[in-house]
Design a protein around this ligand. Structure first.
Ligand code: TYM
Length: 336
């Protein structure tokens, strides 16, 4: 039986962080052995908010290098750059005719970006979810490993796929957001203000390129409080986030010790020591990030290797994209 198709992408708008890793990339690495995988750098998407391309090549190379350093094997998957696959743009054009202005204006990510940058509300920003649907549908992917923030975009991709199929005939399967644990992940920023993000709030974001001292400094500054007021309290979001990070990089015994300390704490009897917890987390995080940082830097400096990987990825992706586009044109009776 043919393997199911998986696709996901990352925008090259800054340094990759733990949200990207735990929300998405960690799944890519696991999925590469089980599925037919396509992973790409969404450089067209980055133009919707970052029109200056002076640093774009460097960022694209860094995203590729960091993905490989995290364990992606370019021999097993198609690892490519979006603009190397022009077939995506043709599908984007067709899907744009099936997407309505009203629904695009209601998208949460669009509204947020308009709020953040009212000077640059361009048509690409409005049709961002259509381009994302084209990325997915061009390979007829069914599983899309992403973080929680992409859920609405996946719902829209399903709508566009259904509309296409209804109007022109069954070409596309319906894609779903995927995480091995079931629930999609959202890593919060270390100061507890919103999600970790590539370009905002850098002191509260842990990057895969951070050096050991910086990692330690950022973790020690993470928001905590005076401790729970009664045993077995609900955790505030910012404390839960520290536990979430700890679960990714520390041993189960370590996590259990601090969970027990939290659950047994109450006013006047605070057992959990957040300072100790953060110190432990910093140590384990450094052991986790350091090898990734070093390997990524090596790959990023090897331009010949990067060129080979990117060319090979584009060839694999274009083979699949051309195939789908032929089906699309046939379904739309656009063969003359
Ligand atoms: P991007 O570049 O913002 O993020 C890349 C991946 O990282 C996940 N992520 C997070 N997960 C958990 N917690 C966080 N704080 C966090 N921050 C980011 C994102 O959910 C994403 O999976 N629109 C996409 C790029 C894209 C794409 C696609 C993805 C373009 N076309 C097709 C999937 C399929 C984006 O901006 O991701």
């Amino acid at each position: 039986m043919a393997k199911e198709v998986v696709l996901s992408g990352i925008r090259p708008t800054g340094f990759l962080h733990l949200g990207n890793y735990f929300g998405a990339m960690r799944n890519y690495v696991r999925m590469q052995d089980e599925y037919n995988c396509y992973f790409f750098v969404a450089n067209w998407h980055s133009l919707t908010t970052h029109p200056n391309t002076a640093e774009l090549q460097l960022s694209v190379h860094r995203v590729i290098a960091e993905n490989i350093a995290c364990g992606l094997n370019p021999e097993k998957v198609a690892l490519y750059v979006q603009s190397d696959v022009p077939e995506i743009a043709e599908l984007y054009l067709y899907l744009n005719m099936l997407a309505y202005k009203g629904e695009l204006e209601k998208t949460a990510s669009f509204k947020e970006k308009v709020r953040l940058n009212p000077e640059n509300v361009n048509a690409g920003l409005l049709t961002y979810p259509v381009l994302m649907a084209s990325d997915i549908l061009i390979h007829r992917a069914v599983k899309v490993p992403v973080g929680k923030d992409q859920e609405q975009h996946l719902e829209m991709a399903r709508n566009f796929a259904q509309r296409f199929n209804y109007r022109y005939g069954n070409v596309f399967p319906e894609p779903y957001a995927f995480n091995y644990g079931g629930e999609l992940i959202k890593i919060l920023s270390l100061d507890g203000n919103g999600k970790m993000s590539k370009s905002e709030n850098q002191m509260a974001t842990l990057y895969l390129a951070d050096d050991d001292d910086t990692i330690k400094k950022k973790i020690m500054k993470a928001k905590t409080d005076g401790g729970p007021t009664e045993p077995n309290s609900d955790m505030p979001d910012y404390i839960k986030n520290i536990f979430t990070l700890m679960k990714q990089v520390s041993t189960a015994d370590t996590v259990k010790k601090f969970e027990d300390d939290f659950n047994n704490s109450s006013t006047g009897n605070v057992i959990i020591r957040y300072g100790d917890m953060k110190k432990q987390l910093a140590e384990d995080m450094i052991s986790f990030i350091k090898p990734i940082r070093e390997k990524a830097a090596d790959i990023q400096n090897n331009k010949e290797l990067l060129f080979k990987i990117i060319t090979q990825g584009a060839d694999k992706a274009r083979a699949s994209a051309t195939n789908t586009l032929q089906e699309v044109r046939k379904a739309m009776r656009m063969i003359y």
